[in-house]
Design a protein around this ligand. Structure first.
Ligand SMILES: *[C@@H]1O[C@H](CO)[C@@H](O)[C@H](O)[C@H]1NC(C)=O
Ligand SMILES: *[C@@H]1O[C@H](CO)[C@@H](O)[C@H](O)[C@H]1NC(C)=O
Ligand SMILES: *[C@@H]1O[C@H](CO)[C@@H](O)[C@H](O)[C@H]1NC(C)=O
Ligand SMILES: *[C@@H]1O[C@H](CO)[C@@H](O)[C@H](O)[C@H]1NC(C)=O
Ligand SMILES: *[C@@H]1O[C@H](CO)[C@@H](O)[C@H](O)[C@H]1NC(C)=O
Ligand SMILES: *[C@@H]1O[C@H](CO)[C@@H](O)[C@H](O)[C@H]1NC(C)=O
Ligand SMILES: *[C@@H]1O[C@H](CO)[C@@H](O)[C@H](O)[C@H]1NC(C)=O
Ligand SMILES: *[C@@H]1O[C@H](CO)[C@@H](O)[C@H](O)[C@H]1NC(C)=O
Length: 796
């Protein structure tokens, strides 16, 4: 019996010993095997897990991820061997007796090691060393509870966790793609001048894209004198960098989990989730217009940014994709160019912008001289031609990369193509269709009570559901945040944020100074805590669901253009709904027209052009869901240089829903006198309603004949248009241009170029024709005014 017992205990002992060996051989403190799914290290709060993470077939990385409640895709925050994956058989992570933590591939080669050693020999250690995953996600190798030998926070991959610092010795590098975790081409790092930057470091090209390369650090409030160099995200959602870059996530405050990640598209985002079971949502991103990220679209392609679809790459005319499935590889020409200048011609791409690779930078050349400069270079692929800061700029280019197609860029690219070719510029605008139908439907719904309309209404509710899903999804994906670098002209822009009611009450000293009043609500002047003067619009009591309000406000907040009023934030607390805008010292166009002394012809032309640019931005880029629907001089504000900024856009969206619930509201949006005939005849509402109102505003400005907004009917504007048309017709018959002199406001000061005013009137008259299809688009208006502006500059 004793023999049996002792032999059993020996067997048990041997078995236990063998088991122990398999876990950690005697020469190691710890060994984790890829084959045992239970070989993981968990943090004491169970928020994080470290272990082998399967990436592809039989390919593993040693990683740290957020523990998930159920089996689902894991969010990895750190990887030991992102570039060299290990085999699913025989691979181990071992803490060797000498203090080195080693990842071995299939029992053969060590693919990764911490290269650490103990300070004391293990025999002299009071306690055995430990590898611990701390509650913040930091994997730490302790020689002794007081001595840290190595920590994963010191070697980030593409993610920073709250409290983790990115320092001068480390950088965040994006993954190649969403499915390939290996080191990609985008990098967040501290540059030699102590400034935090984003770099595209591709296989062939490399360039800095954030902060925007032509902004000096000092211009955007960055400091170059603090050599401490670190940046971190804290538990509350503050982002703080030693170069004075600070920002805040949109969900400021304690939430369950956050992470800051440089995504494979080159943008840096903060993701949050409030509950363990929830999905991650984006609460901050550094670049809001995806085309400002370099390396997104390859050579010879346009990048077009659309808020709904994100980034789209399109080949230049005459070029085709190298690989249809990967637009980042760029496009190749379908033609051969010869060096002979006679064999080339140029195709103008309005608003096309390619950054970098200029073969020269010429000022004040005419278009033809610039063409010649390009043709002198055999490999010149085209040139950028624009008018900036009172100079014509000419940049011939041999490499077409880092493109951006946006009305914010007010110049054009002239692409070199063979003389004999027939390539033309097609409007690369195909993806908008389904959004348009949704949007129009919204405006349609409550006009009459017929059965047809009720049927339509149900249809619309169904479509609206889809739209809401879109909006929410979209909101989750790309929330508008700090936009320091978004617009070329916007250096002062700061983060978009939520304000509390008490904050705004304090800013406005209890809503005392009223500066405006409109259909949507009353506007007050206020001074924010940071000293900025703001216009605070208190919306009429809205029963809108808060999440919808937030989604839409965030969409509006994303719009950023020098001719649109900047929205700084909002407040949504119960029944209080407020919007916070920048304050315009020079008031509205309406007040300026009334006082009549402040505007001269030059300013008026600029106002007409700027307003058109702002509206073109609203309408194009697939943003047509933000029809303004209420263009009038009261909604065109003037900054200190008398540059116009369109205000109150997007409010139609915030109010429509309300109108439906509250039948006493007027069905028709807009202001009498400025409304297009479509409204009256219940025709589908398109962006052309804004074109119409714009035309009326321009005519009013030129003629000095103000509309009486409270007038009894729409006949006044009709009379204005007829009157101008008649004068023009008579003038044309007599072949004089003195008709312009007859219609212009005689009280306006300053000399004026009659030709320019004639262009303005002509364009305005095109805008107010009854047939909406015959009216030009807003971007066409911009082109017409702009081209004339340039002509007259040449003549001057
Ligand atoms: C994560 O950690 C926090 C703080 O320690 C804790 O409140 C929370 O319950 C943890 N979450 C999970 C899913 O364990
Ligand atoms: C997990 O990831 C795969 C591939 O990216 C995706 O197809 C799948 O929908 C994801 N599953 C969940 C639950 O998110
Ligand atoms: C450890 O040393 C090896 C060989 O010198 C080196 O290739 C590797 O990058 C080092 N590992 C770390 C984490 O520094
Ligand atoms: C570890 O540090 C704590 C406080 O920092 C100290 O009280 C303790 O004596 C240290 N332990 C050892 C073994 O040095
Ligand atoms: C840091 O930023 C603040 C405000 O954002 C600004 O007032 C200050 O001048 C900046 N400091 C430097 C050194 O640029
Ligand atoms: C650099 O920034 C850190 C953090 O704000 C600050 O503590 C430190 O004093 C700064 N150093 C200099 C030289 O300004
Ligand atoms: C361009 O030239 C190459 C070789 O010189 C020729 O193979 C190709 O067909 C030409 N392409 C066109 C579009 O003419
Ligand atoms: C190219 O076009 C220009 C103007 O259109 C013309 O003058 C020139 O002769 C053409 N050259 C060739 C080689 O066709």
């Amino acid at each position: 019996m004793a023999f049996l017992g002792s032999s059993l205990s020996i067997i048990l002992f041997v078995w236990a010993w063998l088991l122990r060996c398999s876990l950690s051989s005697s020469s190691n403190f710890l060994s984790l095997s890829v084959e045992n799914p239970e070989h993981v290290i968990k943090s004491s709060n169970n928020n994080f897990t470290a272990g082998f993470y399967g990436i592809g077939e039989n390919a593993y990385a040693f990683a740290i991820w957020f523990t998930e409640p159920r089996q689902r895709n894991l969010t990895v925050v750190w990887m030991a061997n992102r570039d060299v994956l290990v085999n699913g058989k025989g691979s181990t992570l071992t803490l060797r007796r000498n203090g080195n933590l080693v990842l071995n591939d299939a029992g053969q080669v060590d693919v990764w090691a911490t290269n650490t050693t103990w300070l004391k020999s293990p025999e002299l250690m009071p306690k055995s060393p430990e590898l611990i995953l701390k509650d913040d996600g930091n994997l730490v190798l302790f020689e002794h509870p007081n001595i840290t030998v190595w920590e994963s926070f010191g070697f980030p991959t593409n993610t920073l966790l709250p409290g983790q610092r990115l320092t001068r010795h480390t950088s965040l590098v994006s993954s190649k793609s969403q499915t390939d975790p290996s080191s990609g081409f985008h990098k967040l790092f501290f540059d030699n001048d102590n400034v935090l930057r984003l770099l595209y470091d591709g296989p062939e090209l490399s360039s800095i894209y954030w902060p925007h390369p032509w902004n000096l650090p000092a211009q955007i409030g960055r400091s170059i004198f603090n050599a401490s160099r670190f940046v971190f995200l804290d538990l509350y959602g503050d982002i703080f960098s030693t170069d004075n870059f600070t920002s805040e996530t949109s969900d400021y405050g304690l939430v369950l989990q956050r992470r800051l990640t440089i995504d494979s598209d080159g943008n840096v985002r903060v993701y949050s989730r409030r509950n363990w079971e929830d999905k991650w949502y984006v609460s901050w991103q550094v670049i809001s217009a995806g085309c400002n990220i370099h390396g997104g679209c390859g050579e010879n392609s346009f990048c077009k940014y659309e808020p709904y679809n994100g980034r789209t790459c399109l080949c230049l005319p005459g070029y085709k994709f190298k690989d249809e499935s990967d637009s980042s590889l760029g496009c190749q020409p379908e033609f051969n160019l010869s060096c002979n200048p006679q064999d080339s011609r140029f195709l103008r791409i309005p608003n096309g912008d390619f950054y970098g690779y200029d073969q020269g930078n010429y000022e004040d050349l005419t278009l033809d001289e610039c063409k010649k400069k390009c043709l002198e270079i055999c490999y010149c692929k085209g040139f950028q031609y624009s008018y900036e800061n009172n100079h014509f700029k000419c940049y011939p280019k041999t490499l077409l990369v880092n493109s951006n197609l946006s009305p914010a860029f007010q110049g054009g690219f002239h692409l070199r193509i063979p003389n004999s070719s027939t390539f033309t510029l097609q409007e690369p605008n195909t993806k908008c269709e389904h959004f348009k139908s949704v949007k129009y439907a919204r405006v349609y719904w409550s006009r009459q009570g017929s059965i047809l309309v009720k049927v339509l209404l149900w249809l619309v509710v169904a479509i609206g559901g889809f739209e809401l899903a879109y909006i929410v999804l979209f909101w989750c994906l790309t929330l508008k945040r700090s936009s320091k670098e978004q617009n070329y002209h916007d250096l002062t822009g700061t983060g978009f944020r939520k304000y509390s009611y008490s904050e705004l009450k304090e800013a406005t000293k209890g809503f005392r100074e009223e500066v405006g009043r409109g259909a949507g609500g009353i506007v007050y002047k206020g001074v924010l805590k940071d000293g900025r003067v703001a216009a605070i619009k208190r919306l009429n009591e809205a029963n809108q669901i808060e999440s919808e309000f937030l989604a839409e406000v965030n969409l509006i907040g994303r719009l950023n253009h020098m001719n649109l009023i900047d929205m700084w934030g909002y407040c949504a607390e119960g029944k209080y709904k407020m919007l916070v805008y920048e304050y315009m010292e020079n008031g509205s166009l309406a007040t300026n027209l009334e006082s009549s002394k402040s505007l001269d012809w030059r300013k008026m032309y600029d106002i007409a052009l700027g307003t058109a640019r702002g509206l073109a931005y609203l309408h194009e880029e697939c943003l047509e869901w933000v029809l303004h629907c209420d263009i009038k001089p009261q909604n065109i504000l003037l900054d200190s240089d008398y540059q116009p900024k369109v205000a109150d856009f997007g409010l139609s969206k915030l109010q429509n829903r309300n109108d439906v619930k509250n039948p006493s509201f007027s069905r028709i949006r807009g202001t009498r006198g400025y409304m297009a005939p479509e409204w009256v005849f219940s025709l589908p509402i398109t962006s052309k309603v804004d074109v119409y109102s714009y035309g009326i505003v321009v005519l009013e400005m030129i003629t000095g004949k103000r509309l009486r907004v409270d007038g009894p009917d729409h006949s006044h504007h009709g009379r204005l248009v007829t009157w101008v048309n008649e004068k023009k017709k008579k003038g044309k018959e007599k072949e004089t241009s003195s008709w312009v002199e007859q219609i212009v406001d005689p009280t306006v000061e300053g000399s004026f170029d009659m030709k320019k005013v004639e262009v303005l009137v002509t364009v305005a008259l095109q805008c107010v024709v009854d047939d909406r299809d015959a009216r030009p688009s807003m971007s066409h208006v911009v082109e017409m005014l702009q081209s004339h502006e340039i002509d007259s500059q040449i003549n001057e």
